[in-house]
Design a protein around this ligand. Structure first.
Ligand code: GS8
Length: 219
């Protein structure tokens, strides 16, 4: 039985899981979760999929997981040898560097970029006015993070080294939407960051998932 991913494909966190499944060549069934109807807040969803009432959730046989980054690690570990070697599990040094940059994405990068995307792209869809002050504060924070990325990517092609890894992949969902905002120049004005983004977003697996990330509703 194919594993099941719960979540709308436009959701950044659900998409993060889909990128890893496509990279590993794993079949899956995408089970839509209707945000507008509040399906993710229903008692049965909370009890059996994700107690925090969010997407994604993953079901693989008896195993149910939530938290997109934990799910991608599970997929890559379980299907090691099938697709791209995205965790470098056989090499402690490389694997540790993948771990470092996965932490950087989750702790330094995600917060400012998600705030900007939500303010500029999501708020208007919800009838809420964009708070320019929040955008500017987070753009400043993101710039500082991207300065570190620019330096790092001038020394290696990808974040953890000269190999594509989950550390890179985890960035794709938010940058995809961010590039549709007037703040996209924070990426495109940094030559190494821009070259890295062009590279990771044009991988066949990336292109396939990005096709489904149409922004009609909420990211
Ligand atoms: C965050 C999940 C999350 O924010 C993860 O899986 O990585 N740390 C978790 N999910 C959002 C959609 S992300 O586009 C979500 O479900 N939002 C709806 C809500 O909170 O009601």
């Amino acid at each position: 039985m194919a594993l099941k991913v719960y979540g709308p494909p436009f959701s950044t966190c659900a998409a993060r899981v889909l990128f890893s499944l496509h990279e590993m060549g794993v079949d899956y069934e995408l089970v839509p979760v209707n945000f507008s109807a509040g399906e993710h807040k229903q008692p049965s969803y909370l009890a059996t999929k994700n107690p925090f009432g969010q997407v994604p959730a993953l079901e693989d046989g008896d195993l149910t997981l939530f938290e997109s980054r934990a799910i991608t690690r599970y997929i890559v570990t379980k299907h090691k040898g099938m697709g791209a070697d995205l965790l470098r599990l056989d090499n402690p040094n490389k694997s540790a560097l993948v771990g470092v940059w996965m932490e950087v994405e989750a702790r330094n990068f995600n917060e400012p970029i998600s705030a900007i995307v939500h303010q500029i792209l999501v708020s208007p869809l919800l009838g809420v006015t964009t708070d320019d002050q929040v955008v500017e504060t987070n753009a400043e924070k993101l710039s500082k993070v991207l300065d570190v990325y620019e330096e790092r990517l001038s020394k290696s092609k990808y974040l953890a080294g000269n190999f594509y890894s989950l550390a890179d992949l985890h960035h794709i969902p938010y940058i995809h939407y961010f590039m549709k905002t007037p703040k996209a120049s924070l990426i495109s004005s940094r030559p190494h960051v821009k070259a890295w983004w062009d590279d990771i977003s044009s991988r066949p697996a990336s292109k396939k998932v990005i096709e489904g990330m149409t922004f009609g509703e909420k990211a």
